[in-house]
Design a protein around this ligand. Structure first.
Ligand SMILES: Cc1ncc(C[n+]2csc(CCOP(=O)(O)OP(=O)(O)O)c2C)c(N)n1
Length: 574
């Protein structure tokens, strides 16, 4: 194998990824992966994003693939560089996001003899990848060129097909890594197919969406529970329209894009905390679609619905039923699920939807007072983002309290912004990088809502602001530590809690902003928040809008909101 062989093979591999439809790739620097970097960066059909830190590169690619629904390639050098992709690979595996990992490796004769930067990269990501393949060292014969073209397409279609996920190609490269002369246009075997077609185009059989026997002739009390639905922005809208047309209450996570229209119940998380209301609103049929929302009240309510039929429309065979309630699981592509579910929903005349809507407006009214009294709090920021963001925007939500507050407080809107989050493995890692990845494929502005520990965890992700030219609006809820832990029993273990669980960082984020070339705007009331948000949405620079809150006050406010909601619901019941 000469440098010419490896460059010819890699050029063909990248050519096929682009022919299949790939548009974005991420690189991280190194020596061994130089030939892969050259091919990706020089491929005109790809937009290639450079990252210093492989962990950031992995999450950036994840964000881009999540928002676009298309595979994104990542290359890194050998050794711990490849190991740094693991968190993003795990998230991609659990969330069903297509990635193609191109790790450079030493050739076999340099493995297991103490050569530098050499670790065992075979099956490095275990079962978290859909396919692992060791490319070995090959000569660029006509036969091998055909083979690599076919293999590149297989990697692309495997990442994208069925339940999407990551694919790992481990690429052994022997020195010399670089060419003396530029590569000519010719290729043994004549190159790829005419007219830009990929070597292999894979198609899946059309799925039979024939009606099944599960349709109830006249269920009067049905609800729809919608969780994250993936990259297709029309899916949530279609679902909301179908629920509104049928008068079926729609309990939608903002991540579904379906918290919208006349049947959307915005405050179901609070409504279901009142046992009497929850019992009165028990349905005969639960139609679930997408992932199950995080909300504990929702999950325990569903778990207790013994007498209801539970019908789950799922996009693939992966089980997403943590309460073991699915009675029927209908596996369909998303669009087919929505079409079929729409046909299941019956127009309602029993006042069923009205009962839900009354509870919803009762809660909305009741919680307004404690929220108003608390100034610019974490729940108010979650609510305000729903009110202020244009439909063209994307809100990327960090783990911990931000995702819970968005679930609990985000309003039902006619045209909601897209809401995304890393909910596959619920990590706080890679959040900034994921949001920048989303920005790389988005036309509208991207806003990240994050806690301070989450931001500190991926502070290096801010380097993308300087190095990629992409822009984020980062809304930082700084309660100096993990506020979520103040809601847990561990907060009573006072000797250990602050240092080892809450982990306040004490960071001055204005200095971090300056370091990475970002603007920083501290805000302390709703007007200054709205002003900073609008300026940042219009501007060109990444801005950290910092809202300072207190963990104990935040917990007390959540409790006051819940008490107000429950008191009002009880009054409604009586
Ligand atoms: C990679 C990873 N490490 C640890 C955790 C556990 N964890 C969940 S929330 C959290 C704290 C988050 O704090 P912050 O971002 O400030 O948000 P807040 O809780 O204040 O809303 C931690 C450490 C996790 N989910 N992922």
């Amino acid at each position: 194998m000469t440098a010419t062989d490896s460059h010819l093979l890699l050029r063909a591999l990248v050519d096929e990824l682009a022919r299949c439809g790939m548009e974005h790739a991420c690189t991280s620097p190194g020596s061994r992966n130089t030939p892969i970097v050259l091919m990706l960066a020089r491929e005109q059909r790809l937009q290639t994003w450079s990252h210093v830190d492989e962990r950031c590169a992995g999450f950036f690619a994840l964000g881009a693939a999540k928002a676009s629904g298309k595979p994104v390639a990542i290359t890194c050098t050998s050794g711990t560089a490849a190991a740094n992709l693991m968190p993003a690979v795990v998230e991609a595996h659990h969330a069903g996001i297509p990635l193609i990992l191109l790790t450079a490796d030493r050739p076999p004769e340099l493995r297991e003899i103490g050569a530098g930067q050499t670790i065992d990269q075979l099956k490095l990501y275990g079962d978290a990848v859909k396919w692992f393949f060791e490319l070995g060292v090959q000569e660029a014969t006509a036969e091998r060129m055909r083979w690599i073209r076919s293999l590149a397409c297989r990697a692309y279609w495997t990442a994208l097909g069925g339940r999407p996920g990551p694919v790992h190609l481990n690429i052994a490269l022997r020195e010399p890594l670089l060419l003396e002369q530029p590569l000519g246009a010719d290729e043994p075997g004549g190159g790829g197919r005419d007219s830009g077609e990929p070597w292999l185009r894979q198609q899946w059989p059309a799925v039979n969406v024939a009606r099944t026997a599960h349709r109830d002739p006249n269920p009067s009390r049905a609800i729809v529970v919608a969780g994250e639905l993936g990259a297709d922005r029309d899916a949530g809208r279609g679902l909301a329209e179908a629920a509104a047309a049928a008068g079926v209450p729609l309990l939608a996570d903002p991540l579904s894009g379906a918290r919208s229209g006349g049947a959307a119940i915005a405050h179901w998380d609070l409504i279901l905390r009142d046992p009497e209301t929850a019992a009165a609103l028990a349905p005969d049929v639960v139609y679930r679609i997408g992932e199950l929302p995080t909300s504990k009240p929702l999950r325990s309510w569903l778990a207790g619905l013994d007498d209801a039929k539970h019908i789950h429309f799922a996009a693939d065979e992966r089980v997403s039923d943590p309460v073991s309630r699915d009675g029927t699981r209908l596996i369909r592509p998303l669009a087919a699920s929505i079409a079929e579910l729409s046909a299941y929903l019956h127009p309602d005349s029993s006042g069923w939807l009205d009962k839900w809507l009354r509870a919803d407006s009762t809660v909305a009214h009741a919680i307004a007072e404690p929220l108003r009294g608390a100034g610019l709090s974490e729940p108010v920021v979650a609510t305000a983002l729903g009110q202020f963001l244009p439909p063209s925007a994307t809100l990327f939500v960090g783990a911990s309290m931000p995702i819970r507050d968005v679930e609990e407080f985000f309003p039902a809107l006619n045209e909601p912004p897209r809401v995304l989050a890393n909910r596959g493995a619920n990590g706080i890692d890679g959040t900034v990088s994921s949001a920048f990845g989303v920005a790389s494929v988005s036309d509208g502005p991207v806003v990240l809502l994050t806690g301070d520990v989450t931001l500190a965890h991926d502070l290096g992700g801010l380097l993308a602001a300087r190095r990629t030219g992409l822009k984020l609006t980062i809304v930082l809820l700084n309660n100096d530590g993990g506020g979520i832990f103040n809601f847990l029993a561990v907060s009573r273990e006072t000797d250990v809690f602050e240092q080892h669980v809450a982990t306040p960082t004490g960071l001055d984020f204005s200095i971090a902003a300056r370091l990475f070339g970002c603007a920083h705007e501290p805000v302390d009331d709703i007007d200054s928040f709205a002003g900073a948000l609008m300026r940042s949405l219009r501007g060109k620079q990444t801005t950290i809008i910092e809202v300072t809150t207190e963990r104990l006050a935040n917990r007390a406010l959540h409790a006051a909101v819940e008490s107000a909601a429950l008191a009002a619901l009880r009054e409604l019941d009586s």
